[in-house]
Write a protein that binds this ligand. Structure first.
Ligand code: PXL
Length: 282
């Protein structure tokens, strides 16, 4: 059966993030993606001002109730950026229901980047995001989000393996800590896999450039890989390789950072399921 993933994310019309990344990536990877949109925005909130915002929390609750009456099951549920503490709480209810019916919960605890919370992530938003992350089977924080989850000002950079272990809540959830660089010129992630108890460092040659939506692209590929039956570290290698190739391409094109990663022409590389075994970028 084609694996099915519920995606609880916003739909931002311009700027490539959340659902405009997740849908095409999961489809390319042979996963049926079923969106539960949290909001419609004209653009994402990073690098644009004056974006429109249509809150869809009530519609999301209705849609989830309808799915419940249909007795639907999902192999995964994936959450990310949220607009309010109410939305985070509702996402928690939906995730708990889906987990109870066998779904793997992939929670990207979106809160901030580059050492700062995002504009809309107030302390109460961050607290609600941490509560949602407690339901995760897999969480994918960047370094800023890891510090916020652990209540630290700075992470001990020489000990990313210990950070991942602490974030695993005594081995109850898997962790992919993104942006965890071991040496200059590298981009990577540290993975703690609760299935094996192993910690793996994923490190690739770094491509220069910072673009919006990179975390969404990473976690989408990782989720697709997990639903293809791949292990956590293998999924993280694939995600890191694909993101690196997209960053390289986008930087070469000179695309403004706020327009996000120019990933569409590279989507074909994600097609073919097991043909991708061992794919670690080019
Ligand atoms: O990429 C995370 C994200 C998703 N959705 C919206 C955002 C952001 C980050 O700023 O603004 C609307």
């Amino acid at each position: 059966m084609t694996p099915r993933c519920a995606a609880i994310h916003d739909l931002s019309g311009f700027g490539r993030c959340s659902l405009t990344i997740i849908l095409p990536v999961l489809s390319a990877m042979g996963v049926q993606c079923c969106p539960l949109p949290t909001a419609y925005l004209s653009t994402h909130t990073g690098g644009f001002t004056g974006n429109t915002f249509l809150d869809m929390t009530a519609a999301l609750a209705d849609a989830a109730r309808h799915w419940e009456t249909l007795g639907l099951t999902f192999q995964a549920v994936y959450t990310g950026f949220m607009a309010s503490p109410e939305q985070l709480a509702l996402a928690g209810e939906v995730v708990a229901w889906m987990k109870g019916r066998g779904a793997l919960a992939v929670i990207d605890p979106v809160m901030g980047d580059h050492g700062r919370p995002y504009r809309t992530y107030t302390p109460s938003m961050c607290a609600a995001a941490a509560e949602l992350a407690a339901l995760g089977d897999v969480i994918t924080p960047n370094l800023t989000e890891a510090a916020l989850l652990l209540g630290l000002d700075r992470l001990p950079e020489d000990h990313f393996d210990q950070v991942a272990a602490r974030l695993s809540l005594d081995g109850r959830r898997s962790v992919v800590l993104t942006g965890a660089v071991r040496r200059a010129g590298e981009a990577g992630a540290v993975c703690y896999d609760r299935e094996t108890g192993e910690t793996t460092f994923v490190g690739l040659r770094r491509a220069e450039g910072e673009f919006h939506g990179t975390g969404d692209l990473f976690t989408s590929v990782l989720t697709g890989a997990l639903l293809q039956g791949k292990g956590l570290a293998e999924g993280a290698w694939m995600a890191a390789g694909f993101v690196r190739d997209c960053v390289e391409r986008t930087a070469r094109l000179g695309t403004p950072a706020r327009e996000g990663l120019d990933f569409e022409p590279l989507l074909g590389r994600l097609c073919g399921g097991s043909a991708l075994d061992g794919y670690r970028g080019i």
